[in-house]
Design a protein around this ligand. Structure first.
Ligand code: HAM
Length: 419
């Protein structure tokens, strides 16, 4: 029975071909940066108890209110496809007793996340993030190191026209005092606010800074600034983060209107944007979440981290670096007799055992077709097997030599210099 063609769901995409290769290369570079800085890989489940996100990310956030893919399992438990990685990492920190390890515990991930958003370029329903979280230290050096690492990752990927916006939300205590002032300001101008902002004065007044509604924006111009209401301790912490970023030559702008779409932040918050992205300009962002671990049932534990969208990095990044020669030996057949095919298969397996990257043409092409395939793959050496001795060509150097099939692997290993 034939059926109609099926497509990937809206807001999702397949990763293949050049895109897949570019992602692997990005992953390798980011891994080098993060593991070099002492971050260890962590992977958490794709779905979690819904409560983890309603408690961790916050009931009043857009993510929890309208963007989660939530379902019930057969036992009637509510589960959610992870919309972000920080709450799951904190859950894992508590579940595995990581507070007993040397602090801070530094973890990184590269995983897919799910948000039911209106799909457009740079905004998907399944997307990938690279993220880094450091738990167990409130040292401002952790903040500065973490931000500098993301700056390095973005620079390595050639992300263009990057801007780093930085602010401090203060501790929960100073923030709650500030919230009251802001709520009073919003109530006094309630008539000029958008409906959405007005409805959230009690629940999440800070989101008013994020509004694109002109009336709300005018009201926010005269709103009290959180940065002017930090406690002395929070202000000192923020000053030190800035001083360390200056020392590390990471340029930033202090932006008192910066708000992030998640409720767990305290103290430092930041966002990297790129003009190359258009409307979805956020490439990556994060901040401190000193209350989150405790809120998820752990001991009071400070935390700091970020996540950056892989698709957005790739959209805003420079051209992917030219693919290195990944095929060292390509094996072609003059005529595909059963004997030649066996000899080729043995050579392929010998080459791989010797640590070479090798490929054999499996497409049943003519010799000419096989050689053009080798060219397209950027093969460094091509071995042509016929009835007599093999011919080994150094594609870059242009030389070629005849030799018994058994010596081809040695010749390639040596022949990185001369045949
Ligand atoms: P976030 O700002 O919600 O933060 O997401 C981080 C990055 O993920 C964004 O800057 C963007 O590049 C990418 N992103 C978000 N939503 C989408 C989407 N629908 N399509 C494509 N890319 C998207 C967090 O998720 C926090 N967990 C970051 C963090 C870690 N804070 C502390 N630690």
């Amino acid at each position: 029975m034939s059926g109609s063609k099926l497509k990937a769901p809206r807001g999702t995409f397949d990763v293949l071909g050049e895109q897949a290769a570019a992602r692997s290369a990005l992953e390798a570079r980011a891994r080098t940066v993060l593991e070099g800085a002492g971050y260890e890989r962590i992977e958490t489940p794709v779905f979690e108890a819904t409560e983890l996100f309603s408690r961790g990310v916050g009931e009043s956030t857009d993510i929890v209110r309208k963007e989660m893919f939530t379902f019930e399992d057969a036992g009637g438990r509510s589960l959610t496809l992870r919309p972000e990685g920080t709450a799951p990492v904190c859950r894992a920190y508590v579940e595995h007793g990581m507070h007993k390890r040397r602090q801070p515990v530094k973890l990184w991930y590269l995983s897919s996340f799910f948000r039911h958003e209106r799909a457009q370029a740079g905004r998907y329903r399944q997307f990938w993030q690279i993220g880094a979280e450091a738990l167990g230290s409130e040292d401002p050096a952790v903040d500065a190191e973490s931000i500098a690492l993301l700056a390095t990752v973005l620079a390595l990927e050639g992300v263009r026209n990057v801007r780093l916006r930085l602010a401090s939300l203060g501790s929960l205590q100073s923030r709650s005092e500030y919230r009251e002032r802001l709520q009073a300001h919003l109530r006094a101008h309630a008539g000029s606010l958008s409906e959405d902002v007005r409805a959230r004065i009690d629940l999440n007044p800070l989101r008013a800074f994020d509004s694109d509604h002109p009336g709300t924006q005018r009201v926010m111009e005269s709103a009290p600034s959180l940065l002017d209401h930090l406690s002395a301790e929070d202000a000192g912490h923020f000053a030190e983060v800035r001083a360390l970023l200056d020392l590390a030559s990471v340029p930033y702008e202090v932006d008192p209107t910066l708000v992030r779409g998640l409720d767990y932040y305290t103290r430092t918050v930041f966002e990297f944007t790129s003009d190359a992205l258009g409307a979805q300009s956020g490439v990556g962002g994060g901040g401190r979440y000193d209350g989150l671990v405790e809120q998820l049932g752990g001991k009071p534990t400070p935390g700091m981290g970020w996540a950056a969208g892989i698709e957005r990095i790739m959209l805003a990044g420079g051209p992917p670096p030219a693919a290195g020669t990944s095929v060292e030996l390509f094996i072609a057949l003059e005529s595909a007799t059963a004997e030649q095919r066996r000899a080729a298969f043995k050579l392929l397996s010998d080459a791989r055992s010797a640590g070479l990257t090798a490929q054999l043409d499996l497409g049943g092409r003519s010799l000419k077709g096989q050689l053009s395939n080798a060219g397209a793959l950027g093969a460094r050496f091509v071995a042509i097997l016929g009835d007599g001795p093999a011919t080994l060509k150094d594609v870059q150097g242009g030389e070629q030599a005849q030799m018994p099939v058994e010596t081809v692997v040695h010749a390639v290993l040596r022949g990185h210099h001369a045949l």
